[in-house]
Design a protein around this ligand. Structure first.
Ligand code: RUB
Length: 321
């Protein structure tokens, strides 16, 4: 951890790392909140010390998980508003900027939901993967429009975020069929849409989302089921415009096998077994029918235009002095 970081910020970083706070939009919201907390609690008496503490807090949050670009986008947004001659001016500006970010994030999700809902017809069946608040916003808006929808919810190994999706949909009264991931292709015959979220969207329109999304999209294409990605523009990855790739997080093997299961597999000779646990994968743009954002829906190939418009001027990392 960075020095000078408030314990509450360190606790948020721990929560993101341990996935007690998870999902790209929720992580971004928590990161903005943490920077606001750092600003409120800072004991700095000189502006440069205040700024250094805020940058250290941002770096601590940045280093938690690598794949969801909403996290660095949130940190950049808040730190770019850190402006003022005195500590109190800097503090007020940072807190106001974080609040603005959180407000916009919530508003973007609501707007995106209405766009996505327009793609859904009364009686449609939607297949979901993982748990995405952006994807759920589309279903919520469709329900508010009075449409009846049903969901086939993929469990989403290894962490079963599908259960969170199923719980939310049941709270809204949506009929849910929960399936194991391996049953997805069979149940695609009953689905009118695949609806997923995104952790990052690259300049070529590739969608980076929970592991298993790409296989689902390929199968959906083969079955003729359109794939809709719900992603507010905070999921657009500006570095990919200059050729950078998105880092795919590798998580602990303990999410896949317990110690006991490992021993059963390997016996006494505990060698030679590799357990690989990538958290995300990349779906090529040709398998995606539409990316739904708060600025409207886009074919994946044209997302770069929006990316240039929104992030064209951005260079450097604001937590580097
Ligand atoms: C979550 C995940 C979600 C995206 C979008 O992965 O892949 O589909 O983050 O979510 P994890 P949202 O559980 O590993 O964080 O639409 O809520 O931003």
């Amino acid at each position: 951890r960075q020095p000078d970081v408030d314990p509450a910020v360190a606790a948020t970083a721990d929560d993101i790392e341990a996935m007690r706070i998870r999902g790209a939009a929720t992580i971004a919201d928590a990161a903005a909140e943490a920077l606001s907390t750092q600003a409120k609690r800072s004991d700095a008496t000189a502006p440069d010390v205040f700024e250094r503490q805020l940058r250290a807090a941002a770096k601590t949050l940045y280093e938690t998980r690598p794949t969801a670009v909403s996290l660095p986008n949130a940190l950049r947004y808040v730190l770019r508003g850190m402006d003022g001659e005195s500590v109190s001016a800097l503090r007020d500006a940072t807190i106001a900027r974080a609040e603005e970010f959180q407000r916009e994030l919530a508003r973007a999700q609501t707007t995106l939901g209405t766009v996505g809902a327009n793609r859904l017809r009364d009686g449609d069946v939607v297949m979901t993967h993982c748990h995405s608040t952006d994807a759920l916003a589309c279903l919520e808006a469709a329900l508010e429009d009075g449409k009846e929808v049903e969901a086939i919810v993929k469990e989403t190994r290894p962490r079963k975020q599908g259960h969170i999706t199923a719980q939310q949909l049941r709270e809204w009264g949506v009929p849910v069929t929960l399936i194991v991931d391996n049953a997805a292709r069979r149940y695609l015959d009953e689905a009118d849409h695949v609806l997923v979220g995104a952790d990052s969207i690259a300049a070529d329109g590739s969608v980076i989302n929970k592991i298993g999304t790409s296989g689902l999209a390929v199968n959906a294409r083969e079955r003729g089921v359109p794939v809709m990605v719900a992603a507010q523009t905070i999921k657009l990855h500006p570095d990919t415009m200059t050729g950078h790739t998105v880092e795919i997080e590798m998580r602990a093997e303990s999410e896949v096998v317990s110690d006991e299961e490992r021993r059963t597999i390997t016996g006494d000779a505990d060698d030679g077994l590799v357990v690989a646990n990538p958290a995300f994968d990349v779906t090529p743009p040709r398998y995606v029918d539409a990316i739904v954002t708060e600025r409207g829906q886009f074919p994946p190939e044209s997302i770069v235009t929006l990316m240039r418009e929104l992030f064209g001027e951005m260079t450097g990392e604001p937590w580097e002095p």
